[in-house]
Design a protein around this ligand. Structure first.
Ligand code: 4NP
Length: 154
């Protein structure tokens, strides 16, 4: 059965669209389904932020087809793993988890790697430079996720 992974940030226009695009580039689509969503509803229906589209393109990934959507309760039923980009996103999603099984599905993305921080910083109000940093952090975590999922499936 396909593992279904949902990447979640606040706006679903900067970090989680990158996480969706990066993880998709590292996994077999027959084995892993990847989507993303935001806890806030400010940009529903919009494309990712142009700075996220640009940094992804620099690394050969096209994320411009993605459209922003809001996280919904049903995502707990439709996904196996839900990765929050930061603790604030984590807390917001946790509030919607009404069973222990749902709570177990929720993780911080950077729990997957040994970096100094467990949070992907919000680059929205920063300059372009933040997007490179965010891209590298997310890539490292997605590499670890991909290795684990594929090892498990073999
Ligand atoms: P994201 O960044 O959570 O990485 O998509 C943000 C995008 C938009 C907003 C906040 C964060 N906003 O407030 O509109």
């Amino acid at each position: 059965m396909r593992t279904k992974v949902l990447m979640v940030c606040l706006g679903n226009i900067c970090r989680s669209p990158l996480a969706e695009g990066i993880l998709k580039s590292k996994v077999d689509p027959h084995l892993v389904f990847v989507d993303s969503a935001g806890t806030g509803g400010y940009h529903i229906g919009e494309k990712p932020d142009p700075r996220s589209i640009a940094i992804a393109r620099q690394y050969g990934l096209d994320i411009s087809y993605q459209r922003c959507r809001k996280f919904v309760r049903e995502d707990f039923d439709n996904f196996d793993i839900i990765y929050a980009m930061d603790k604030s996103n984590y807390e917001n999603i946790l509030r919607l988890a009404d069973t222990s099984d749902k709570v177990k599905k929720l993780k911080l993305l950077l729990e997957e790697v040994n970096l100094e921080t467990k949070e992907v910083p919000d680059p929205y109000y920063g300059g372009d430079k933040g997007f490179e940093h965010v891209f590298q952090m997310i890539s490292a975590a997605c590499e670890a996720i991909s290795a684990r999922i594929h090892k498990h499936e073999k």
